[in-house]
Design a protein. Structure first.
Length: 221
């Protein structure tokens, strides 16, 4: 991860590679990065924070289709012929995000083999995560979907410590991500705490045991 961050930061900060075609911005929690139907003319890189991607149907039904974290790119559809965003990207905590114009990304993919290789790996990883998300939504129970989301938000597996802090996020937002009600999220969170999977008292910490639960059986009654 450190090597990837170093490469991306060097390229984003290089006038030769991107220069004035990128801008880094601080976003408040809950602020939109782009909205469904906006013109797709740039790609984004998360330097710090978390972003959720949602789709709203014609009848107003909304679904969370992805959760992005530090080190993720998003908005890649700007590289296709599609001119409009098919989804909405919104922060779920204070975030630092770099926006890079489409033309600059296309140029750097041609001129910088190291970045092109990194980006190809990113796309393969994203495809794998989408498959996992689909399996999670179709096959797993609500509490396992919540467990997976908490692990993603805690960057589980990305840090050296087995206990990872989660950015402050309300249960209504978690319920939207899981696809269940706030009361069910509250019930599952209490169960996780009772089992020692998480601690929360003002701040939320996820323990390695939650990952063990996700890979194992349902919580006992």
């Amino acid at each position: 991860m450190a090597g990837k961050d170093s490469l991306v930061f060097n390229l984003l900060g290089s006038s030769k590679s991107i220069g004035a075609h990128s801008v880094t911005q601080e976003y408040r929690s809950g602020e939109a990065v782009f909205a469904q139907g906006d013109k797709a003319d740039a790609m984004f890189y998360i330097q710090d924070g978390n972003v959720k991607l949602t789709v709203t149907s014609d009848n107003g039904k909304k679904a969370v289709i992805a959760i992005f974290r530090k080190g993720d790119f998003f908005g890649e559809n700007c590289l296709t012929r599609a001119s409009l965003r098919p989804s909405t990207a919104k922060t779920i905590r204070a975030s630092t995000i770099t926006r890079v114009e489409r033309a600059a990304i296309v140029r750097i993919l041609h001129e910088e083999p190291a970045f092109a290789k990194l980006f190809a790996s990113h796309l393969l990883f994203r495809i794998g995560r989408i498959e996992e998300d689909l399996v999670d939504q179709v096959c797993n129970s609500s509490e396992k979907r919540l467990a997976r989301i908490l692990l993603l938000l805690a960057d589980f597996g990305m840090k050296g410590s087995p206990d990872s802090g989660v950015p402050k996020i309300d249960q209504e937002t978690l319920a939207e991500m899981v696809g269940t009600t706030r009361s069910r999220v509250s019930y599952f969170m209490n169960r996780f705490r009772e089992k020692g999977f998480i601690d929360y008292n003002g701040s939320l910490h996820v323990h390695k045991a939650l990952h063990t639960f996700l890979l194992g059986n349902e919580l006992p009654s």
